[in-house]
Design a protein around this ligand. Structure first.
Ligand code: PMP
Length: 505
């Protein structure tokens, strides 16, 4: 069709003849011309919202998502306005909703999401770092469906092969003698259980956590979390003490200081000496602070901090809720980059690719302490979650997704550095693999947080088809943690969008 119109144009131009004469014996082609003209007009008019979003990209220089085969189903549920009204009327007012005009997301396909109008977005946040292998990954869905048709729930009072085989598979992914798994349903539950284990095992009560950490929103884990944003004004944090955040961008020791890890860790020792009885139950730290704005600790930090904690009789607990399962690219677990071996590892989010699955993995000796009573969790380790967990591990391996995080994440970080060269508002870019952040500042020397600017970039990125997270204590960090199946063409789109959005603030 396109060739025909080119020919038509050149013929007319060459012979300087009116269109109707050119058609001559080809009059039968006129209906095709009419359809073409109508379609062009329709695209540039207000109709066909979703197609317009994508097709306008061809007309203008708006960044264009890589083409894919997937066709979203037409959404037929309650309208956007009806959903908004029901949310307002029947759901807790404590819910956080992204964007001035919230999005209603009704379908997902691998690294993409679709709203109720059928518009496609690149998901740069993966359901808050939860989609590991991809939205509605076909293999995971197939396994879940098969299990659902057989058996959904019994609890652990009966044997079931899924929990046993999954426990074995997960334990085989852990270094050293971290080989006993407890399955729960959320990251908060996993950390809550780890708090209990550490206290029971050591006979100590005090715990050390880090400022700028996020470990959960339940009554107990809210104590570990150290952002006023997430802490309600009620008695909290009893027995939990927060050490200096080892943040080489905002903290007193930067990336240029080879001793930074040692110096930040000294604060853990000082805290134990001054605000605890000198003995502690344990130390909680994420491998990279996620909600806190993708803060990567200086080299050696965890090694030194763990040594101080162990000297005070405590256990070292690593929260791999965001960083686990290969997301950091260089290793399967985030702590491996710091050269440490935790006593307890907690995991959630990416473990289940969206299923309510979380786990605590520890050593047989530590696990033994919980045998003093029955520890029960109704949904923990249910056949469906465990089947999904197994399928996720299989896909991670089959599709080489840790390696993909390394390669595509490295490519993305290079892109972020280019953005930093171009836009003064970018104060810092950091991260590992597909666990990254871009911190925005008003002034690179004062590092004054550019909170409003960050919100504008984030909002504009959404308008251009890219969804990313926002975080850090000052809400001035763009958190980019997409599904691990992200591709380089996706990154090209993402960088183009951020370039435009950053250029506008
Ligand atoms: N730990 C970390 C590092 C997290 O990021 C989160 C959630 N953002 C949690 C724990 C709590 O997980 P959940 O919301 O599943 O309770």
């Amino acid at each position: 069709m396109g060739t025909f119109f080119i020919e038509l144009y050149t013929q007319c131009a060459m012979h300087n003849e009116p269109l109707i004469l050119f058609f001559g014996d080809r009059l039968f082609l006129l209906p095709f011309l009419a359809v073409f003209v109508f379609f062009s007009l329709w695209l540039t008019s207000g109709s066909g919202e979703n197609q317009k979003g994508e097709m306008m990209n061809n007309v203008h220089t708006t960044p264009q998502l890589p083409p894919i085969d997937h066709q979203p189903k037409a959404y037929q549920g309650p309208s956007f306005e009806e959903v908004a009204a029901m949310r307002k009327r029947y759901l807790t007012p404590a819910l956080l909703t992204y964007y001035k005009k919230p999005l209603m997301i009704v379908e997902g396909h691998m690294q993409y999401l679709y709203d109720d109008t059928g518009r496609r977005y690149l998901d740069g946040f993966g359901g808050i770092v939860t989609i590991s292998v991809g939205h509605s990954h076909p293999y995971v869905m197939q396994k879940a469906r098969q299990q659902m048709e057989l058996l959904q729930h019994t609890t652990t009072i009966y044997y079931h092969p899924a929990i046993a085989t999954y426990g074995k598979m997960l334990a085989e992914k852990m270094p050293g003698d971290l080989s006993v798994c407890y399955f729960v349903n959320s990251g908060s539950e996993a950390n809550d259980l780890a708090m209990l284990m550490a206290r029971l095992y050591t006979g100590n009560y005090d715990l050390v956590s880090l400022r700028n950490a996020y470990h959960g929103g339940s009554a107990s884990t809210m104590g570990l979390t150290a952002h006023s944003t997430w802490k309600f004004n009620y008695p909290h944090s009893f027995g939990v003490h927060h050490a200096l955040a080892p943040d080489p961008y905002r903290g007193p020791w930067g990336r240029d200081d080879p001793e930074a890890g040692l110096k930040y860790a000294a604060d853990v020792k000082s805290l134990i000496q001054h605000v605890t009885p000198g003995t502690v139950a344990g130390f909680f730290a994420e491998a990279i602070q996620g909600v806190g704005g993708s803060v990567v600790y200086p080299d050696g930090y965890l090694k030194h901090a763990y040594a101080h904690v162990r000297e005070a009789g405590g256990l070292c607990i690593c929260d791999e809720v965001q960083t686990g399962f290969g997301r950091t690219g260089e290793a399967f677990w985030g702590f491996e980059a710091q050269g440490v071996q935790p006593d307890i590892v907690t995991m959630a989010k990416g473990i289940g690719n969206g299923a309510p699955l979380a786990a605590v993995v520890t050593t047989p000796r530590i696990a033994e302490t919980l045998a003093a009573r029955i520890h029960f969790n109704t949904f923990g380790g249910n056949p469906i979650s465990c089947t999904i967990g197994k399928a996720v591990l299989e896909v991670l391996e089959k599709e080489n997704l840790q390696q993909n995080c390394l390669e595509v994440g490295g490519y993305m970080l290079d892109g972020f550095r280019t953005l930093m060269d171009k836009h003064d508002v970018v104060g810092d870019v950091r991260g590992k693999g597909l666990m990254t952040g871009i911190e925005l500042v008003k002034d690179r020397s004062t590092k004054e947080p550019a909170t409003q600017e960050c919100a504008r970039v984030w909002e504009r990125a959404k308008d251009l088809g890219l969804l990313v997270g926002k975080g850090g204590f000052y809400a001035n960090v763009l958190r980019v943690k997409p599904p691990m199946c992200l591709t380089k063409p996706d990154v090209d789109f993402l960088i183009e969008v951020l370039d435009i959005a950053l250029g506008e603030v």
